[in-house]
Design a protein around this ligand. Structure first.
Ligand code: PHE
Length: 338
């Protein structure tokens, strides 16, 4: 049997194929249920124990060799199939390109609008400490304002948390940059909220910060009006309502004229003609001082908006959960130059 094994070994080595049929005939001849190895192993069973001992190893080697050879032949065939043999003048197959996620589209559009008026982008960490999210922004310890945003703490350590707003990046930038500062901070934020069509525990914000000498509320208003018109159309009206944030004084919330009815009143704006889109205000002098910026010399404004909120207004997709499920049937509907 050992002699025959040597002969088969040579035969397998020399086996050469040019197409799939020949590959299949190799498999049938050697490896299939009725192939050579099935026969040889049957025969092997009948050998006497000491011959078995001498033959077994050879037989196993031969089988391994055949299996390897089969794989090798198969790979070669696949490689040669790849070699081009076609008509170069044929039009190419259209490539299906993906599309950007609506949150990315809106983020890019917002960044590009603010870059026209000199704002550059900065980013900060998602896992933050209490100072950057609260204390450095004039939230006193135990102040109820901290409850405005339900916070995810990390491992019971109240100092380490997931940022609840991108205002934390304001603090990081003010610590490291001398005014004038004109920056926007896009990023993901986290709040401990039950997930529904209108609320999610993860969402995205873009924050803006402008600090220089003689910055006034009029500058804030004009900047936001410019943004609203670029983003939602030339006819967009804005409205500022007094509000409260610990880190801005005075503070306001900005509404824009309803993107659906243009201000006439509809069920999206609940017949008010306006939709709320962001929070803003003049940076509180305490916040400037906490980051060692001279509040006698410098003033500034800040604003923060939710990206999904703007996407909802622009695309009229009113279930927040859709933005996070990553269903391609949803995502493929968005196409834009951003
Ligand atoms: N950080 C505030 C929020 O998440 C928004 C805001 C930013 C308000 C900057 C004023 C100034 O609600």
């Amino acid at each position: 049997m050992i002699d025959r094994i040597a002969k088969y070994s040579e035969e397998i080595e020399k086996f050469h194929i040019t197409n799939n049929d020949e590959l299949e005939s190799f498999r049938l001849q050697y490896l299939s249920k009725k192939g050579l190895f099935a026969v040889l192993f049957e025969e092997f069973k009948t050998l006497s124990p000491d011959i078995k001992k001498a033959t077994g190893q050879h037989l196993n080697h031969l089988k391994e060799k055949a299996v390897l050879k089969y794989q090798e032949l198969k790979d070669k065939l696949a490689d040669s199939a790849k070699e081009f043999s076609g008509d170069l003048t044929l039009p190419s197959e259209p490539l299906k390109s993906g599309s950007r996620h609506p949150v990315s589209l809106i983020r890019r559009e917002i960044v590009s609008i603010f870059s026209k008026i000199g704002f550059t982008v900065a980013e900060g960490p998602e896992i933050e400490d209490d100072w950057h999210v609260f204390s450095g922004l004039n939230f006193p310890q135990e102040h109820p304002a901290r409850d405005m945003q339900d916070t995810f703490f990390i491992e019971k350590n109240p100092d380490i948390l997931l940022r609840t707003h991108t205002s934390s990046v304001q603090v990081r930038v003010m610590e490291n940059t001398a005014p004038p500062i004109r920056k926007i901070f896009p990023g993901r934020v986290f709040r401990n909220e039950a997930i529904s069509a209108r609320a999610h525990c993860i969402f995205h914000q873009i924050e803006g910060l402008y600090i220089d000498e003689n910055v006034s509320f009029a500058d804030l208003k004009q900047t936001l009006l410019f943004f609203a018109r670029e983003m939602l159309g030339e006819k967009t009206q804005i409205r500022l309502r007094p509000s409260f944030f610990p880190f801005t004084e005075p503070s306001a919330e900005m509404d824009v004229s309803c993107t659906i009815c243009g201000g006439a009143g509809c069920n999206v704006c609940k017949y008010t003609g306006f939709l709320e889109i962001l929070g803003c205000g003049m940076v509180d002098p305490n916040v400037l001082e906490a980051s060692s910026i001279d509040s006698k010399k410098y003033t500034g404004f800040a604003f923060g908006m939710g990206i999904e909120r703007i996407a909802m207004l622009k695309y009229q997709v009113n279930d927040l959960r859709l933005y996070f499920e990553n269903d391609v049937r949803f995502i493929n509907q968005f196409n834009s130059s951003y």
